[in-house]
Design a protein around this ligand. Structure first.
Ligand SMILES: *[C@@H]1O[C@H](CO)[C@@H](O)[C@H](O)[C@H]1NC(C)=O
Ligand SMILES: *[C@@H]1O[C@H](CO)[C@@H](O)[C@H](O)[C@H]1NC(C)=O
Ligand SMILES: *[C@@H]1O[C@H](CO)[C@@H](O)[C@H](O)[C@H]1NC(C)=O
Ligand SMILES: *[C@@H]1O[C@H](CO)[C@@H](O)[C@H](O)[C@H]1NC(C)=O
Length: 967
């Protein structure tokens, strides 16, 4: 965004002016008076340490040492006030208008709130008013139309609501007008078409206008920059825009524009950036576009365009970025595309393109992004690609490509992603010739479902950053090279459905980041090396349909997170170990091994089955078999229903103090008693409500602030009373930096109160979506995501017993005074019923909150730690988009996951389309893309595809060092 630099230009212009012209004001006002006006302004500010110099006793140096002040040449009147970028909050009072000589006022990038009901008419000299990125919350002030000299007006990035007043069309002297990033509604007044001196007009992003682009905008012949993106515009693009011959930027993306592209846009011969993506445009790309000789960026993706991609695109001398994905383009890719030597990003995926991949794409050696997936391309990949050293992301899956992988392609130094899956590629994977290890940036290789053959070269170990290697469904043969153990960062390794033979190399145990290992459907023989058990975070292991033999190593049972394993259809012998995770796996994990016994479908002979029984009766085993879990869940459900009926009959009960004594259990030394805690429980102290109960804030006699949660609807009709207090004692023992501390538990027969440490800044949900919404900076968001992930990771993997949260959501992530995230409300959901009076809602709080619930719940009625991962992914999307999980998407029933999918097609590059409009425009895109990538992994449909929280923590760690998964 060029907003700041534009302001700067005006500012310097203004300074030059102020040297030559002295103040023309009629009323001389003493320095002291002016200083006192500023000091009175300051009184309404909060967090204003940066304005220490504004001190009335120093009024004599007002023009020299006061922060952000500039005076006229006589040093007698303040003419410029610049307090941008100070993070000041509070209101900005109208007394500013007493500084009637003011010509330049910049309060951008702060947190000023309230309204702007100033007596603008006093500021006769004002030329620049920049209030960009604050929290003003009112309708647009009419007063600005009375500023006769105003040239630059920026109200972008606030919460202005209502319509744009048609009177704004009277400010004929304006050069720059931005109202972007607000909550404006109604029609765009056609009177704005009178502002013929405008060079910049920005109205997009989160405004939601009615109607069409006013054809009157065709009169704005001085416009250089027109941005109407993402603001609800409908109808067709007016051909009058073709008169704006000075335009260098035209942004119309992410609206509901339909009809065809007006050929008149071909007259915009100065145009450098044209983005009309994510609309409903149809028809062809007009031939007139061959006149757009200056064009560097053309985005038309997600529309309904068809016809051929014109061959003159090869002739556009400056074209760098061309993204036409998700349309209905047919024909072939222009055969000379890239011959201008400047092409750097090309995405033509999800069209109906056929023919060859042109050789010239990387002619200028600048191509970074090459995405052609999901078309009908055939032929072999040009050998030239093996020397395209700039390539970073390549996605060519779902085509009909044949031939072999170009020499050198796999080892390009900048390459981070290589997808060639679902093609007809053959040949061998070449050994890397020059072994300059540690330079490869490859994070993901997907070669699945091709016809690749031969053995894997040893140099496959030379990818220090590789996280995902998918070789599924090829014809690879020979032994798995032992160098596979050099892949220290690999998370997911899929070699299934090939012809690998020989033994599983013991070095696999060195892949210590591995969570997913699939070696099924090969010809592997020999034992499962016990070294596999050194992969402590392994989550999924599939070795089915091989010729593996000997006994199953009992050490595998000690991998705590191993929740899915398949040993079926091999030649294993002996009995299934009766320890640890082995008790979790289904019988089907063991079938097809005639010499193997000791599982439900094939018990061993008497003597050994007795020992099995005795172990089962021993209770206290780490994993309870699935069928017992189901029984337990059913029992809980029955109890819940019984209790709910009970509760309705009894009606609600308040806290009774007599004849029903209180019991206080403290989990650490506390200096207050149950009376003090009860004192907090009153209507006026309520700070929150949730599925689990009502939360009260309060201060203890020693000054300590606490939060008291009164649990609603505990299953006391059943025998879970004891269960609850035992469970709560467990929770009370948990100590982790990013988990809210449970300090005490206070209960009597009717009421259960939990006392937690107090979190000054409330919940993430309130901060993101509440009244003060949107002020979390990007870096804070990343920090909060990482901290919350660490808290959850601790619950899932490190604490004892392991805890599934079951209700992960932004309202359960609390922020202390430093905005450090703390996970709250874990481990409670399974004991609770929502106090809604009805029985049908009873289940809702048991499995989590609407909008966060993982899809598997719908068909299995089971939740596990991967369901928490899904919910956490939803929280990440909230952080990225600033939107609530449900209800912010117009359409009935649309949730944030569906919406994001629709907007981005799960394409990291499209993250800009969903980013919270209130984030600064200059947030690092590569970081946003990595965070988005993590979120996408977390909300995978299939729970086994989702990462573990441990992996999530790892991946979030890379957001701030984004060289693995960047653009
Ligand atoms: C518009 O710009 C021109 C050229 O800079 C200037 O002469 C004219 O006065 C401006 N119009 C208004 C209404 O300010
Ligand atoms: C503003 O525009 C309207 C319609 O385009 C026109 O009728 C009116 O005369 C214009 N006003 C001025 C001051 O140019
Ligand atoms: C492409 O065309 C087909 C058939 O003409 C239509 O069903 C489909 O919706 C179109 N796709 C897009 C993205 O426009
Ligand atoms: C396991 O398989 C290997 C290779 O096929 C074979 O040499 C070995 O004898 C087998 N061992 C057992 C105990 O069956």
């Amino acid at each position: 965004m060029d907003t700041p630099s534009f302001t700067f230009v005006l500012y310097t212009l203004f300074l030059t002016l102020s040297v030559s012209v002295s103040s023309s004001s009629s009323l001389p006002m003493s320095l002291k008076t002016q200083a006192s006006i500023l000091v009175s302004l300051k009184q309404d500010f909060e967090s204003k340490t940066s304005l220490k110099s504004w001190n009335i006793s120093n009024y004599m140096s007002l023009c020299t040492t006061w922060y952000g002040i500039q005076c006229d040449t006589n040093n007698s009147s303040v003419v410029s006030l610049d307090i941008s970028n100070l993070n000041v909050s509070g209101t900005f009072s109208s007394s500013i208008t007493k500084l009637s000589n003011l010509r330049f006022l910049n309060i951008s990038n702060n947190m000023f709130n309230g309204n702007l009901s100033w007596k603008f008419s006093h500021l006769k000299e004002l030329e620049v008013l920049d209030a960009y990125n604050n929290e003003f919350n009112c309708s647009l002030p009419l007063g600005v139309t009375e500023l006769p000299k105003l040239k630059y007006l920026n109200f972008g990035g606030n919460f202005f609501y209502g319509e744009i007043p048609s009177k704004y069309g009277n400010m004929l002297q304006l050069n720059y007008l931005s109202l972007a990033g607000n909550d404006l509604r109604g029609f765009i007044p056609f009177e704005l078409g009178n502002l013929t001196n405008l060079t910049h007009l920005l109205l997009g992003y989160y405004n939601e206008f009615d109607g069409e682009i006013p054809p009157h905008f065709g009169n704005l012949v001085n416009l250089v920059h027109l941005d109407l993106a993402n603001c609800g515009l409908k109808g067709s693009i007016p051909h009058e825009l073709g008169k704006l011959y000075k335009l260098d930027t035209l942004f119309l993306q992410t609206n509901q524009l339909n009809g065809s592209i007006p050929p008149q846009l071909g007259n915009l011969s100065s145009l450098k950036s044209l983005d009309m993506s994510n609309n409903e445009l149809n028809g062809n790309i007009p031939n007139e576009f061959s006149n757009l000789r200056e064009l560097t960026l053309l985005n038309l993706f997600i529309n309904k365009l068809y016809g051929e991609i014109p061959s003159f695109f090869s002739e556009l001398p400056n074209l760098e970025v061309l993204k036409l994905w998700q349309n209905n383009f047919t024909g072939s890719i222009p055969s000379k595309l890239g011959k201008n030597g400047k092409l750097s990003e090309l995405d033509l995926s999800t069209n109906k393109l056929t023919g060859l991949v042109p050789k010239s794409l990387c002619l200028g050696k600048r191509l970074k992004i090459l995405i052609l997936l999901n078309n009908f391309l055939f032929g072999s990949l040009p050998n030239e690609f093996g020397q395209c050293y700039t390539l970073q992301r390549v996605r060519l899956g779902q085509n009909y490509l044949t031939g072999s992988i170009p020499k050198g392609f796999l080892y390009l130094p900048q390459l981070s992603l290589l997808e060639l899956q679902n093609n007809l590629l053959g040949g061998f994977l070449p050994q890397q010739e020059i072994t300059n290890t540690n330079t490869s940036k490859l994070g993901e290789i997907n070669l699945s479902n091709n016809r690749l053959s031969g053995s894997l070269p040893n140099s496959i170990g030379n990818f220090p950053n590789l996280q995902i290697l998918l070789l599924h469904g090829n014809r690879f043969s020979g032994e798995i090279p032992s160098d596979i153990g050099k892949l220290k960062n690999i998370l997911r390794l899929d070699m299934s459905f090939n012809n690998f033979s020989g033994t599983i190399p013991i070095e696999i145990g060195k892949c210590s980041s591995l969570t997913f290992l699939d070696l099924s459907q090969n010809k592997l023989s020999g034992p499962i090396p016990i070294q596999v058990s050194q992969i402590h975070i392994l989550n999924y292991l599939n070795v089915s349909w091989n010729y593996l033999n000997q006994t199953l190593p009992k050490e595998l049972g000690s991998i705590k997170g191993l929740t899915s394993a398949d040993f079926s259809h091999n030649d294993f012998s002996g009995s299934v170990p009766e320890i640890g995770q082995f008790s979790v796996f289904n019988s089907t994990s063991f079938v097809g091994n005639p010499k193997l016994c000791g599982y439900d479908l094939n018990p061993c002979n008497k003597s050994s089955s007795e020992t099995l029984e005795s172990q089962k009766n021993g209770g206290e085993k780490p994993g309870i078999p699935a069928k017992y879990k189901l029984l337990f869940a059913l029992a809980l459900l029955v109890c819940s229903l019984v209790f709910a009926t009970f509760a309705i009959m009894k009606g609600r009960k308040g806290i009774k103090r007599d004849s029903n004594p209180w019991k206080l259990t403290a989990f650490q030394k506390i200096e207050y008693g149950s009376e003090d805690i009860l004192g907090c429980v009153k209507e006026s102290n309520i700070i929150g409500r949730g599925g689990a109960g009502v939360v009260y804030g309060g201060t203890m006699p020693n000054g300590e602030k606490v939060a008291v949660k009164k649990l609603l609807g505990i299953n006391k009709g059943c025998s879970y009373d004891n269960g609850l207090s035992a469970e709560i004692k467990t929770l009370g023992r948990i100590r982790h930096r990013y988990i809210v501390k449970l300090l005490a538990f206070c209960s009597n027969r009717d009421t259960n109160l939990l006392v937690y440490e107090y979190m000054t800044n409330g919940s993430l949900g309130e901060v993101l979506h509440g009244k003060r919404g949107g002020f979390l900076e990007w870096d804070v968001r990343v920090k909060i995501a990482t901290e919350a992930a660490k808290g959850l990771c601790y619950l899932h993997h490190d604490c004892c017993p392991l805890i599934v949260h079951r209700d992960v959501k932004s309202n359960n992530i609390l922020l202390n005074s430093e905005f450090e995230a703390h996970v709250a409300d874990f481990g409670l959901a399974k004991f609770l019923l929502q106090d809604t009076g009805g029985t049908s809602e009873c289940m809702s709080s048991i499995v989590g909150s609407y909008g966060y619930i993982a899809p598997e719940y719908a068909y299995t009625l089971k939740v596990d730690e991967k369901s928490d991962v899904y919910s956490f992914g939803v929280v990440l999307l909230e952080l990225l988009t600033g939107r609530r999980p449900v209800g912010d998407f117009g359409e009935e029933g649309m949730d944030i996951v569906q919406w994001t999918k629709l907007k981005t097609d799960w394409n990291k590059e499209s993250v800009v389309k969903i980013l919270d409009g209130r984030l600064h425009n200059n947030i690092p895109l590569d970081e946003a893309m990595q965070l988005f990538f993590v979120a996408m992994c977390c909300v995978e449909e299939q729970s086994v595809e989702r990462p573990t929280m441990r992996e999530v923590v790892e991946m979030l760690g890379q957001v701030k060092q984004p060289n693995i998964f960047q653009v």
